[in-house]
Ligand binder design. Structure first.
Ligand code: SF4
Length: 224
C-alpha cells in the first residue's frame, strides 16, 4: 500500500473526528464539578482512578472544602478520610493541602487559567494542567491521557509513547478549533469501544479510517 501523505493523514484525522462527533455528540468530561477549584481537584483525583470513582467521593469533599483556604487549613489525615477509595489517596491528600497553600500564596486563592501556571501547582502535571485550562477557556491544548495515547498509536496519528510528543503530533494534525472536542471524543471512544485489551472493531464507527481494524486481539495488547 502506498505510504500515506501528511495531507491524507490530516483528512483522515478530520474524518475520524467528524464520525465520532456524529456518533457521540454528547461527549464531554465525565468528572462532576461546578467551580474551577472543583474541576482542578477532580482532575487531580482522577489520576490512575476512574472518573466514576472520583465522582463518588467529590460530593462530600466539595461540600466540606469550598475554597483554597479550606484545603490549606486542613491536614492530609483529614482529607484521607474523604479520599480513601481513590487510588494514591495518601499522596493526593498531601498534594491537596499543598495546593491550597500554593493557590493562596501565588494566586489569591483563585485557580489560574494558563497551562504553565497550573502545571506549577502541587499535584498538577502537564496533562492535568491541559485538561483544566481547556475547560476554563484558558488556552487551547490537546492534553493526552492513556486513551488518547493508545488510540493515537492505533490510528497511526503518532508513534511516540510520550504524551507530550503525541500532543504535538495531534496539534499538527488537526486545526485548533477541533482540539477541545477531539480530546473528549477520543477519550469517549477509548472508554466505550476501543478498549485497551479488547477493542470493539466490529462495532467501531471509525473502522474504515483505522489501519489497525481487525488486528487479532492478542496483537492489540500494549507491548510490555
Ligand atoms: S477499528 Fe478497532 S482498533 Fe481501530 S479505532 Fe476502532 S476499535 Fe480501535
Amino acid at each position: 500500500m502506498p505510504r500515506e501523505t501528511v495531507a491524507e493523514r490530516r483528512l483522515r484525522a478530520l474524518a475520524v473526528i467528524e464520525r465520532l462527533d456524529a456518533a457521540m455528540p454528547e461527549a464531554k468530561i465525565e468528572l462532576d464539578f461546578t467551580t474551577p477549584l472543583e474541576l482542578l481537584v477532580a482532575v487531580i483525583l482522577s489520576a490512575q482512578t476512574t472518573d466514576k470513582r472520583v465522582n463518588l467521593v467529590t460530593p462530600a469533599l466539595f461540600r466540606d472544602f469550598r475554597s483554597a483556604a479550606d484545603y490549606a487549613n486542613t491536614t492530609p489525615k483529614v482529607l484521607e478520610g474523604y479520599l480513601k477509595t481513590v487510588g494514591l489517596f495518601r499522596n493526593k491528600s498531601k498534594a491537596l493541602v499543598k495546593l491550597g497553600h500554593a493557590l493562596l500564596e501565588h494566586h489569591a486563592g483563585q485557580v489560574p487559567t494558563s497551562r504553565a501556571a497550573l502545571a506549577e501547582l502541587p499535584g498538577v502535571g502537564n496533562k492535568t494542567a491541559g485538561v483544566v485550562t481547556i475547560h476554563l477557556d484558558g488556552e487551547k491544548a490537546f492534553p493526552v491521557d492513556t486513551h488518547i495515547l493508545r488510540l493515537s498509536k492505533r490510528l497511526g496519528f503518532s508513534s511516540s509513547p510520550k504524551p507530550d510528543v503525541v500532543e504535538a503530533d495531534l496539534r499538527r494534525l488537526l486545526p485548533d478549533t477541533h482540539w477541545f472536542k477531539a480530546h473528549q471524543l477520543i477519550i469517549w471512544h477509548g472508554r466505550r469501544v476501543c478498549d485497551a485489551q479488547f477493542p470493539g472493531c466490529h462495532r467501531c464507527v471509525i473502522a474504515v479510517q483505522c489501519p489497525r481494524r481487525g488486528v487479532p486481539k492478542k496483537n492489540m495488547r500494549p507491548k510490555k
